[in-house]
Design a protein around this ligand. Structure first.
Ligand SMILES: Cc1cc2nc3c(=O)[nH]c(=O)nc-3n(C[C@H](O)[C@H](O)[C@H](O)COP(=O)(O)OP(=O)(O)OC[C@H]3O[C@@H](n4cnc5c(N)ncnc54)[C@H](O)[C@@H]3O)c2cc1C
Length: 460
């Protein structure tokens, strides 16, 4: 007979926030104090800030996918799947496993950290024709796709097809879009030398944003420095511009320009995971509204953090919430673990507070801009800071070594231009990668849990 009465802590999402929380719980709680379970569709924690470097082939996908089972000390039970709804009253989380089974997981404490998904707008053709830059599969796919365009352009005798295949559009002038455009432009610039039939001047990268500046959080001087680097490399930057519609072979900008292209990369911001909407609780622009202790008011034992929660930014006194960055998510993960432990032990919780350390933006090669602790850097010093920061922030020594070795190899041997074809002929646009339609409505969750009452913990 199962007589376990330990409190059950359920963590949803194995990103910066979720893994930060789980590792702290494992370290600070004795195995007899609580059972910790993690729901995650993937078996790794993805180091998203280096995703553009996977897309450009500087890093292998494996190097930024940090294993959740690296150490024998990790004792958390992992359910391979995604949470598709949570009934806060019944304290049950509904999970769709990776084999598409629906199971219910009861909890005493839940920590919600499912991150965010790509923010899209009602632009005709966008979700059918754009790629995102949010998952490892997308980054790997985009790399193959870009090399495919070079291969097809090289093989084509049709000048119009060549021109279209060699134009690339990135939407979003934040750090994700800027790094993506910068890293991929370097890839095509290096690759085209291996295609003697292709005229390098036909390769055109467009970086567009509806905002009047690139990366406004960097300030005017560094934003301009980044813009100069990109312009020098031939990337055409259009500010105050978005896209009006997207098709399979062309993109129409809001200023009326029609750009023939087969490559539209959409990195115009993120919104909280749709899981948050299944709770029927208050949200701020889609992020769950929580207290500075990261608790959901009115519910015992419910915590949320990272990109999916609106955590008050106590370091600023203007009522702001923390921006959706890895820097905050990993620190919130550790604080939330301490708060769960405090609740469990009947001790007081502490609020989350962290002063922003700044931003690092790797534009490839020796080009970078960074603003560590308010100090503005560009060029090589900024690159040293950027890469040093990433090496420090990667969780395991194996991941640090893989990334450092990849950088070294790339600096010595240059890029390689292998098209792997692993995902060829698979649907691979925005709507195919992020599974945003997998979630239940609050009513469906309630109905499902009531119907399944007594089923207890499901076995995936
Ligand atoms: C290209 C790019 C570059 C970036 N660069 C920087 C940078 O330089 N500096 C910086 O600070 N930030 C950067 N960010 C932002 C940063 O990566 C995020 O803010 C951070 O990842 C948020 O952490 P999180 O734990 O909330 O979410 P994530 O790290 O996204 O983790 C969420 C996890 O939850 C899982 N999940 C999703 N849905 C479910 C579900 N329903 N059930 C269970 N699990 C689920 C996901 O698979 C994922 O593992 C970048 C982001 C991108 C996309």
């Amino acid at each position: 007979m199962n007589t376990v009465t330990r409190p059950r802590i359920l963590v949803v999402g194995a990103g910066f926030a979720g893994v930060g929380c789980v590792r702290r719980l494992e370290r600070r709680l004795s195995p007899n104090e609580a059972d910790v379970t993690l729901v995650t569709p993937s078996a790794y924690q993805l180091y998203l800030p280096l995703l553009p470097q996977v897309a450009s082939g500087v890093l292998t996908p494996q190097s930024i996918a940090v294993s959740l089972r690296r150490s024998r000390r990790y004792r958390t039970r992992i359910i391979p799947g995604g949470a598709i709804g949570v009934d806060l009253k019944a304290k049950v989380c509904v999970v769709r496993t990776v084999t598409d089974r629906i199971v219910e997981e009861s909890y005493d404490y839940i920590v919600m950290a499912p991150g965010s998904v790509t923010r899209t707008f009602d632009i005709p053709g966008l979700t059918d024709h754009a790629f995102g830059m949010k998952t490892l599969a997308e980054a790997a796919y985009i790399r193959d796709h870009v090399i495919t365009q070079l291969d097809l352009a090289d093989a084509s005798e049709d000048p119009a097809e060549r021109a279209a295949r060699l134009q690339f559009v990135v939407v979003g002038g934040g750090y994700a879009g800027t790094e993506t455009a910068a890293c991929l432009q370097r890839l095509t610039h290096a690759a085209v030398k291996r295609y003697p039939r292709l005229d390098p001047s036909l390769i055109k990268w467009h970086l567009i944003d509806i905002a009047p500046k690139l990366m406004p959080e960097l300030g005017d001087k560094l934003g301009r420095a980044a813009q100069e680097v990109l312009t020098r490399r031939g990337i055409e930057i259009s500010l105050g511009v978005s896209i009006a519609k997207a098709g399979p072979e062309e993109v129409t900008f809001t200023d009326g320009r029609v750009v023939p292209t087969h490559t539209l990369i959409w990195t115009a911001g993120v919104v909280a995971s749709p899981l948050m909407a299944t709770l029927g609780a208050e949200t701020v622009k889609g992020r769950l509204a929580v207290t500075p202790e990261m608790c959901l008011p009115g519910y015992d034992g419910v915590f949320a953090l990272g990109d999916s929660a609106a955590v008050p930014d106590l370091a600023k006194d203007d009522g702001a919430v923390c921006p959706p960055t890895a820097q905050h998510a990993m620190r919130q993960g550790r604080r939330v673990a301490e708060n769960v432990i405090a609740t469990l032990r009947g001790e007081p919780m502490r609020p989350y507070e962290h002063r922003d350390l700044g931003l690092v933006v790797d534009l490839g090669g020796t080009d970078a801009v960074s603003k560590p602790l308010g100090v503005e850097l560009h060029g090589l010093p900024a690159q040293v800071v950027a890469r040093g920061y990433h090496l420090g922030a990667l969780r395991t020594n194996v991941a640090k070594t893989r990334v450092a070795t990849n950088w070294l190899l790339n600096a010595i041997a240059g890029d390689d231009f292998v098209r792997t074809g692993f995902q060829a002929r698979k649907p691979a646009k925005l709507k195919d990668f992020e599974y945003t339609d997998a979630y239940m409505t609050p009513e469906q969750v309630r109905e499902h849990v009531e119907r399944g009452a007594g089923a207890g913990t499901g076995q995936p």
